[in-house]
Design a protein around this ligand. Structure first.
Ligand code: ADP
Length: 297
């Protein structure tokens, strides 16, 4: 029997509804959650992401600001915008869209964001809080979304062999930090694989939960899957497809058709992890706003 689909679109919709309810409660008490997104340069893919983030916030009744800066913006100017947003009382979440155009450098920008407004969860303070298990920090949106996909589709994480392919700061590393916590929706036994892993299949075949974020179309094939595993595909690769009107289509890192025959649950691409990222961004922004509201009481 082919694997059940983990439907990211409907789970994200459910979370967005919960977030909108929480936002409405905050608004009633006088705080409208506000998200500022900073976009530097003209990258079309980034522009699409930024637009959908703004739209999702507005749909949830939140305040949303997009700051578009030219590609020639200097590092100092960009830091000045971040400083302004740090002290803007209407803004509770700040996101600087990555990647930044060269020669801008991301680390100092991430560190300049007030950690209480760092809804992307990339500031070292929040990275540290995640690792030590302090719950008042922010977890990066993609791994937080994957945890929700697993929990809400009934995948038991406690005690499970969780194998993560990829060790980026955006997905792989925070995913590992999240799943090893002594917490609800965690307590996994975690293995992290990367480019230097000697035998990838040896590890993936042990996985009850396999999370793939390597950016390589077709990296994971059916013979690398333990029968009955839950498979989360974070990949978003464009491959040429002359039959598609756009000339390309999106595929994940997992060979969906064959892996679906072996796994018990699997995320599609698109429609799996992707929609969760924005839902978790909104959830983080509402949490940030709630924390500011509590601090002001
Ligand atoms: P993402 O943003 O999805 O995490 P990145 O491109 O930042 O993607 O990171 C890709 C990660 O995937 C790196 O940690 C790299 O080591 C890992 N990776 C790439 N190719 C392979 C491979 N063939 N086998 C195992 N890991 C790989």
């Amino acid at each position: 029997m082919p694997a059940d689909l983990i439907d990211g679109v409907s789970i994200a919709r459910e979370i967005r509804r919960e977030v909108a309810e929480e936002a409405a409660r905050l608004i009633e008490r006088g705080t409208r959650p506000g998200l500022a997104v900073v976009l530097v340069g003209e990258d079309p893919a980034s522009a699409v992401y930024v637009r959908s983030k703004g739209k999702a916030c507005e749909e949830a009744g939140m305040h949303s600001v997009t700051i578009k800066l030219p590609a020639a913006t200097s590092q100092a100017e960009l830091l000045l915008y971040v400083e302004r947003l740090n002290s803007d009382p209407l803004i509770h979440g700040i996101l600087v869209q990555m990647p930044l155009p060269a020669p801008l450098e991301a680390d100092s920008v991430i560190r300049a964001i007030d950690p209480r407004k760092d809804v992307d969860g990339f500031h070292p303070i929040n990275v540290g809080k995640l690792l030590v298990g302090e719950r008042d920090g922010f977890v990066p949106c993609t791994p937080a979304g994957i945890q929700q996909l697993l929990v809400r589709s009934g995948v038991e994480i406690a005690g499970a062999e969780c194998v993560i392919v990829g060790r980026s700061n955006i997905v792989g590393k925070p995913m590992a930090a999240l799943l090893i916590q002594d917490a609800v929706g965690a307590n996994g036994t975690v293995t992290v694989c990367h480019r230097h892993t000697r035998d990838l299949g040896l590890h993936t075949r042990r996985a009850d939960i396999l999370i793939v974020a390597a950016g390589r179309a077709g990296l994971v094939t059916a013979e690398m899957i333990r029968p009955g595993a839950a498979v989360i595909d974070v990949g978003m690769n464009r491959i040429d497809d002359p039959t598609s009107p756009r000339g390309y289509r999106l595929v994940g890192d997992v060979d969906f058709e064959t892996v679906q025959q072996v796994a018990s649950k699997i995320t599609p691409v698109p429609g799996g992890v992707g929609p969760m990222t924005i839902a978790m961004l909104m959830s983080n922004t509402v949490r940030a706003a709630a924390a500011f509201a509590r601090a002001a009481e």
